[in-house]
Design a protein around this ligand. Structure first.
Ligand SMILES: Cc1ncc(C[n+]2csc(CCOP(=O)(O)OP(=O)(O)O)c2C)c(N)n1
Ligand SMILES: [Mg+2]
Length: 808
């Protein structure tokens, strides 16, 4: 039997597989594919009948995923996209019931473990953390990093997952971390749609994976379209594997292997994946599997129909070459089963899917219904106690009549009752108000928990250790360098990489000499590719390593902002505490020279990365303390060092490896009674200069360095200063309305400092344009001590014109 012989190749131990066992496996695969298809068909119906809001399914991509699943081993990783339900079912990482729970947005992590109802359907993930937020072991699990919606957004993280295997294999000091890796034998599997390969990051990652030679097995599901746009508008020559041919392995063994297989041909796919995985795992080279001739039977998603943009011929071809129909045909022709047995299998599979869907719906609906019942009983007991407004009885009646209530219905009814009983006594309304507290707490946890880590090793749990000094004074860069050296000695999982980080130890020497000391695997040069450098950090940190990913200048962080914003910052939230990636993003910025080397777009950044921490140290000592805090915690952060601070002298802490700077705790740099001046980063020095000038005219400024923008002044200490001074100024070198406006909102609104103001609150910022080049460019673009003096003097003049006569 020719097919049997060929197929034997694709199982791990062919000699142990009898023909019966083989046939059993094929039929089991067919069942999984068929169930998956039924889930897609039923899923679409559930959306169209209004039980779910949006659906995107893996129909047409089933058989290729069975083949991929066969070679996916414990310890391996997937970073993929929304079509991969069949893979998830085949590995037992999800099932039809969970699939529907996600479609309905069931907020229970038990029912919907990928995201606890936070992500739309088709966003897959396994739980990497226990309920306390600690790592589970990865080496005895199939690991799925949590999907995100931006097309190709899975690519940067995928690179990091693959790079981790290389590090675990080649750095012997990491072999002890057996919970994470078996000496780097793990493959990182990527999946992507054909059209998404048009994104720049796809190319950046493919190139980087080839440069570094990492075990990344990339699958492209090629259905010829990206929503309605066909390949001719997407891909040169309409063939992604053909145009990637230049990457093909050369005579030196460098490059990547490229396989193609047709999406409806089970045997061809199984063989391709077997070969692909073998070479990837053993040789640690990237591999591409281009799966062609894939279909999309129901069109792209529930948002539209593909009849609008596919020709009749194409639609007919998709029916003829439907992978499940073809697999069935192959099974019958090969004599592995009969038409009638397969009919029976399909009937059972259809029924199983229907039952699983029903169970998911019942779980979802019944938990809401029991909350509705509880709400109704609260309303009824309020009525019995004398809350006689008609709206209360009406609400109890109406909400019970809603066929499929959601929690918003409870919220709407509750708020309406509260509005319409406002004239009743507090006693009578108490049950409703108590219920409101409970309702908000419950749903707050459901929908707003885990923005950041809630584990015992999050940054707020790191013990504060003050820096100690003797008289040793060094250049600023030597402080951070000493900090990195000490931490790298302590923990072999720490490694740093970026443009010019390796040989020269970064452009400002923060790692100078450390490559010689720790080797190229731990202090490493990278290509100019910020987006995927960030991704390397994300993926490697998910695998238990402690990457310090360097972006050379803050101005170039924009290239890396997508993975920070979409992937890193959302990771805890989008998995409801199921995954984490404690990567440190190191960069340097604020004022130096010219439009692209002195930006400080902190408002843009902090608004894009809620879920990360953002540290803005005023000098290298504070930066080192922040690194020490981060390297003892499990959270991701951005640290922006002051670009003009590396040559400024600082005292070298004697406990450089151990002192920590707490996050969300501002530092009062000088005390004063007249004005509170709030700032951070390089502006601390400008502010201090202005404070000296203001002191000369009798204006006493309380100068506060916030230190971290995220979190911001956790204990609300700034308002305490404002209570004393009754005046507040926010200074930074972002654009007007940038991070200064954020600080103002935090202090005036959140801390209620508005109650204590005697003068209009003020922001002093850079100009709206990018900073011009040269010292004069800086002077006229960025806030200067002259300007800070003038603004604060004017404030005091308005308060007491006699004491401080008009300056201008
Ligand atoms: C960055 C980004 N741009 C646009 C979209 C909207 N979008 C979602 S899926 C899709 C098409 C993707 O096509 P392809 O990669 O071929 O995958 P397929 O859906 O065909 O499997 C688009 C444009 C998106 N999610 N992200
Ligand atoms: Mg496509």
């Amino acid at each position: 039997m020719r097919i049997f012989a060929a197929m034997q190749e694709v199982v791990k131990k062919p000699e142990e597989l009898s023909k019966e066992a083989f046939i059993h496996q094929v039929l089991d695969d067919y069942r999984i594919a068929f169930e998956s298809r039924q889930a897609s068909l039923l899923g679409r119906k559930e959306v169209l009948t209004g039980k779910a809001k949006f659906g995107i399914f893996g129909d047409g991509k089933e058989v290729a995923q069975l083949a991929m699943a066969k070679v996916f081993e414990k310890g391996d990783w997937r970073s993929g996209y929304y079509r991969d339900q069949t893979f998830m079912f085949a590995k037992g990482l999800s099932d039809v019931q969970k699939f529907f729970a996600q479609l309905y947005a069931d907020p229970s992590v038990e029912k919907e473990p990928a995201s606890g109802g936070r992500s739309m359907n088709g966003h897959f993930a396994t739980r990497l953390l226990d309920e306390q937020g600690n790592w589970l072991s990865q080496n005895d699990r199939f690991n799925v990093s949590a999907d995100i919606s931006p097309t190709a957004g899975q690519m940067p993280r995928l690179l990091g997952l693959a790079v981790a295997s290389k590090l675990y294999r080649e750095n012997k000091d990491l072999h002890q971390f057996t919970n994470f890796s078996n000496k780097g034998n793990e493959i990182a599997f990527g999946t992507i749609g054909n059209a998404s390969t048009s994104e720049g990051i796809f190319w950046e990652v493919i190139n980087a994976a080839n440069v570094m030679q990492v075990p990344m097995l990339m699958s492209v599901w090629d259905d010829g379209y990206g929503i309605s746009v066909p390949a001719k508008y997407q891909t040169a020559k309409e063939n992604i594997s053909a145009i990637l041919n230049g990457f093909k392995t050369d005579e030196n063994g460098l490059g990547m292997e490229i396989f193609t297989a047709r999406g409806w041909n089970y045997a061809e796919l199984c063989n391709a994946y077997k070969q692909a995985a073998d070479v990837c795992r053993e040789k640690h080279t990237p591999v591409l599997v281009h799966v062609t001739e894939v279909t999309q039977p129901q069109g792209h998603s529930t948002s539209g129909s593909h009849e609008r943009y596919k020709t009749k011929d194409r639609l007919q071809w998709e029916i003829d070459f439907d992978c499940i129909a073809q697999m069935r045909k192959w099974i019958v022709e090969s004599g592995f089963s009969t038409e009638s047995s397969l009919d029976e299998l399909e009937k059972n599979a259809t029924e199983a899917v229907r039952l699983a869907q029903k169970a998911a719906w019942n779980d979802f609906a019944s938990s809401i219904k029991s909350e509705v019942a509880e709400f109704v009983s609260v309303l009824n007991s309020a009525i019995s106690a004398g809350l006689s407004a008609p709206i209360v009885a009406e609400s109890a009646k109406n909400i019970q009549e809603i066929k499929d209530p959601i929690r918003r219905d409870i919220g709407n009814a509750l708020h309406k009752c509260l509005r319409e009983t406002v004239t009743f006594s507090a006693d009578l309304r108490k049950p409703l108000l108590d219920y409101l507290v409970q309702f908000n707490a419950l749903n707050g946890a459901r929908y707003s928990s885990h923005l950041t880590s809630e584990s015992s090793t999050n940054v707020s749990n790191v013990t504060e250790v003050p820096a100690q000094f003797n008289d040793e004074v060094v250049d600023g860069y030597q402080v951070v360098r000493a900090c990195f050296e000490a931490n790298m000695e302590r923990d072999p999982r720490i490694f740093a990489f970026g443009e010019d980080v390796g040989k020269i130890g970064d452009v400002n020497q923060g790692f100078s000499g450390l490559q010689e000391k720790f080797g190229e695997l731990r202090v490493t040069d990278k290509g100019i590719r910020e987006w995927s450098i960030l991704g390397e950090g994300i993926g490697a940190a998910m695998r238990g390593l402690r990457p310090i990913a360097e972006i050379q200048y803050l101005d170039y962080l924009l290239y890396a902002l997508e993975p920070m914003s979409d992937d890193l910052a959302t990771m805890q939230y989008r998995t409801k505490g199921g995954q984490k990636s404690p990567v440190i993003v190191r960069t340097r910025g604020h004022r130096l020279e010219g439009i692209w080397h002195s930006g400080s777009p902190m408002g843009m950044i902090i608004n894009a990365v809620r879920g990360m921490h953002v540290c803005v140290p005023r000098n290298m000592t504070q930066a080192a303390g922040m690194y020490n805090t981060l390297l003892r915690s499990d959270e991701p952060a951005l640290v922006v060092e002051c670009l003009n601070g590396y040559r400024i002298k600082e005292k070298l802490p004697t406990n450089i490896a151990d002192f920590t700077v707490p996050f969300g705790k501002p530092d009062v740099l000088r005390f004063g009674e007249d004005v509170t001046l709030v700032t951070y980063g390089s502006c601390c020095r400008i502010a201090a200069e202005a404070c000296d000038m203001l002191a000369e005219v009798g204006i006493r400024v309380e100068l506060i360095d916030v230190q971290t923008l995220l979190p911001f002044d956790t204990n609300h200490s700034i308002v305490e200063s404002v209570k004393n001074t009754n005046r507040v100024v926010f200074l930074d070198e972002d654009v007007p309305g940038g991070a200064s406006a954020y600080m103002m909102q935090q202090v005036l609104e959140n801390q209620e400092a508005y109650k204590h103001l005697d003068s209009k609150p003020l922001t002093i910022t850079a100009k709206a344009h990018r900073p011009a080049y040269g010292s004069d460019g800086d002077y006229f673009s960025k806030p200067s001590a002259d300007e800070v003096f003038a603004e604060i003097y004017q404030m005091m003049h308005e308060a007491n014109p006699t004491k401080w006569p008009s300056l201008y």
